[in-house]
Design a protein around this ligand. Structure first.
Ligand code: AMP
Ligand code: ZN
Length: 494
């Protein structure tokens, strides 16, 4: 299925600041690299937004029939809280705090990361490499940069020489549209500055002080790699010197991605990436979500309702649906009201999909299903515009409802297209988990929920309101809503 042959996909390229027609380097195949999490603590919901945007982009590329190699790394070493400040190694700091080995910290939060993504129905990347698994490659790149005069050794550390890079006509600052002086103005006075020739130089390799526990042998003594280099090492290894898409949150544009471009060009003589894609930030109640300010919520806290920001628990499908109602390049603000509104919209979508199979075809169609289906593709072809796609899906649901009310007719061919388009985009492209497609286990699930309903009735009879509420809320957190009616309690699965 090579759908892509009939599509003109446009992608906003942060490097040019324009939407460009997407042409992969090799026909039918795409290499995509996304900067993964730094696994020194739990991922917050802001991180999830960024990864979810790329999950949907990946899903759509697959749907179009592209053979996609999707590399998303795990940063498990070397990401300092301040670039260059060795006393602020995130893993070392956290391991002291939790009295764990740094690699135990890494393992704990990698497991958490995967669990969270699993809950939100993410597709796994095709390769998930770690920084610590690629120390050799990073050392090799650093040696090459020194040999070619792009880097220098200073007191056991190695720095990239930004002025030398520019002297050779390369253009540090091109991604951020800033010149070296402007970038300099934003560089804080950090540890290691006295080792550098110029303040804008960045670390490729850092010498480890005697107390630093994450350390590896290198030609320059024991140390650890700089953060920017790991992505160049892993993307080059798995995707080649030049590849199609590189993504991450927009906070990574500078310095991280600027440094990746410089490293790639200096090492291989080519710009490493055709299309740079950056997602905008998640805010909560109008403020950017970030661990450091305390304005953050862990994904599981939103799902289980144990938090101070939202009045109830929300199923992961609702969170996904809410996130995708904003375009990936727009700021997304979540609030109680936004989540409640998404929940309502989501139910409307699911209710419509649930009656698709009840519709019966006629000989002719009075609805233009073909151009509607095309509009769904047009939305995604236009820089992965999920909010417009969702608006189109609701138009599809309107079709379902008027057909169900027998106010319009549909041919069997169009009915098939309506079903295909609605379900493919909702489940395969947007990544909503099809809870109803649980196959043979649905009888067992019904049995378990009915058993819990009986236990809740017993709790209520005993005036144990705490237990009865707990049963209701925990089921809701799993997407199972109990409805109390005069004939007893029924349930629906969202
Ligand atoms: P980190 O683990 O800090 O390297 O972040 C992992 C990814 O999450 C990066 O691509 C960041 O740009 C992204 N990110 C961090 N905070 C937010 C936020 N508030 N909204 C969206 N993405 C974010
Ligand atoms: Zn990166």
């Amino acid at each position: 299925m090579s759908l892509y042959k009939n599509h003109t996909l446009k992608v906003y390229n942060s490097l040019s600041g324009e939407k460009e027609v997407f042409t992969p380097l090799h026909e039918g195949a795409i290499g995509m690299y996304v900067c993964g999490p730094t696994v020194y603590s739990n991922v917050h919901l802001g991180n999830v937004r960024t990864f979810m945007s790329f999950d949907v982009i990946y899903r759509y590329l697959l749907h179009l029939g592209y053979k996609t190699r999707y590399v998303r790394n795990i940063t498990d070493a070397g990401h300092l809280t301040d670039d260059g400040d060795v006393n602020n190694d995130r893993f070392v700091k956290q391991s002291r705090l939790e009295k764990l080995e740094p690699m135990e910290v890494v393992q704990k939060y990698t497991v958490d990361f995967h669990k969270v993504l699993d809950n939100f129905n993410f597709l796994p990347p095709t390769i998930e490499p770690t920084a610590t698994g690629h120390i050799l490659e990073q050392i090799e790149l650093t040696e090459k940069l020194i040999k070619d005069g792009f880097a220098y050794v200073s007191q056991g550390s190695v720095y990239f020489d930004v002025l030398e890079y520019n002297k050779r006509g390369l253009n540090y600052g091109e991604l951020n549209n800033r010149n070296v002086e402007e970038l300099l103005a934003n560089t804080r006075d950090l540890d290691g500055q006295n080792e550098k020739k110029n303040p804008q130089d960045f670390a490729l390799w850092k010498n480890a002080s005697p107390v630093h526990i994450m350390r590896w042998n290198s030609p320059w003594g024991e140390g650890f790699p700089g953060w920017h280099l790991e992505c160049t090492a892993m993307s080059t290894k798995y995707l080649g010197e030049k590849f199609d898409i590189h993504g991450g949150g927009m906070d990574l544009k500078f310095p991280h991605h600027e440094c990746e471009i410089a490293q790639g060009k200096a090492c291989n003589g080519v710009a490493p990436v055709s299309y740079w894609m950056h997602t905008n930030m998640l805010t909560m109640n109008g403020l950017r979500m970030s661990k450091s300010t305390g304005n953050y919520i862990l994904p599981m806290e939103l799902i289980n309702g144990e938090n101070d920001f939202f009045e109830k628990a929300f199923h992961p499908n609702i969170v996904r649906f809410c996130f995708l109602q904003a375009h990936y390049r727009s700021v997304l603000d979540i609030s109680n009201e936004a989540m409640i509104a998404s929940e309502k919209g989501f139910s409307r979508l699911m209710d419509g999909i649930a009656i698709l199979n009840d519709l019966t075809p006629s000989t002719t169609s009075t609805l233009d299903v073909k151009s509607w289906s095309k509009s769904c593709y047009d939305a995604m072809d236009d820089d992965f515009n999920t909010p417009i796609l969702i608006a189109q899906l609701f138009e599809g649901i309107r079709f379902v409802n008027v057909l169900n009310d027998k106010r319009e007719t549909i041919s069997s061919e169009d009915l098939e297209l309506l079903k295909q388009t609605l379900t493919t985009f909702t489940f395969d492209v947007l990544g909503i988990k099809d809870e109803k497609a649980m196959g043979n286990n649905s009888d067992k699930l019904d049995g378990v929920v009915n058993m819990l309903i009986t236990m809740r009735e017993e709790a209520r009879a005993n005036k144990n309101w705490a237990l009865s509420d707990e049963i209701r809320d925990k089921l809701l957190a799993l997407g199972i809503q109990l409805k109390d009616g005069k004939d007893g309690t029924s349930f629906s699965i969202q």
